[in-house]
Design a protein around this ligand. Structure first.
Ligand code: HEC
Length: 145
């Protein structure tokens, strides 16, 4: 009786052992799949964060740097001439080589209505959108013309 019990126990153990590895393998592949899916997802998140960071940095740079004088002057050149020597709409003096402070004062003057001739409204439309930094930049450039 004991022998039968032992041998059946042994058989049971054997069968349990033989089935275990394949079960393990199955579980392992499922776990592996899950892990690789998680790793992939983490990589995507990391990459996205990196992209956002780079974009933020680029935007910060763009907003931190005021537009440069020559670029700002392109608009002005249509009336004042590329070299700043033209009388804009036959109403302005030649502004080429004006000291930066003089141009800055004129532009601020157009903005607050304390400077200008009969066509000052035209110039106000031009100077109003410029920031203080941009007024400095474009005035510095005009002084080099
Ligand atoms: C649409 C044509 C036009 C554009 C564009 C223009 N201006 Fe003028 N600008 C004028 C006119 C017209 C006057 C004379 C206005 C007045 O009667 O005071 C003038 C006058 C000036 C003056 C004073 C000159 C003076 O005779 O007292 C300065 C400085 C000046 N402009 C700078 C600029 C700058 C800088 C820009 C570009 C941001 C610019 N202008 C763009 C038409 C223009």
């Amino acid at each position: 009786m004991k022998t039968i019990l032992y041998s059946s126990l042994a058989l049971l153990l054997l069968s349990a052992c033989s089935s275990a590895p394949s079960e393990d393998k199955k579980t392992k592949t499922v776990v592996d799949d899950k892990i690789s899916a998680i790793t992939q997802a983490q990589n995507v998140v990391q990459q996205t964060n990196k992209n956002i960071h780079t974009q933020e940095k680029a935007t910060a740079q763009i907003t931190a740097e005021p537009a440069h004088g020559p670029t700002l002057y392109i608009k002005c050149a249509s009336c004042h001439g590329k070299d700043g020597k033209k009388s804009a709409l036959s109403a302005s003096q030649s502004i080429a080589g004006w000291p930066s402070e003089k141009t800055q004062a004129a532009l601020h003057g157009y903005n607050n209505g304390t400077y200008g001739g009969k066509m000052k409204a035209v110039m106000k439309g031009q100077s109003k959108p410029l920031s203080d930094e941009e007024i400095i930049e474009v005035s510095n450039y005009i002084s080099t013309l």
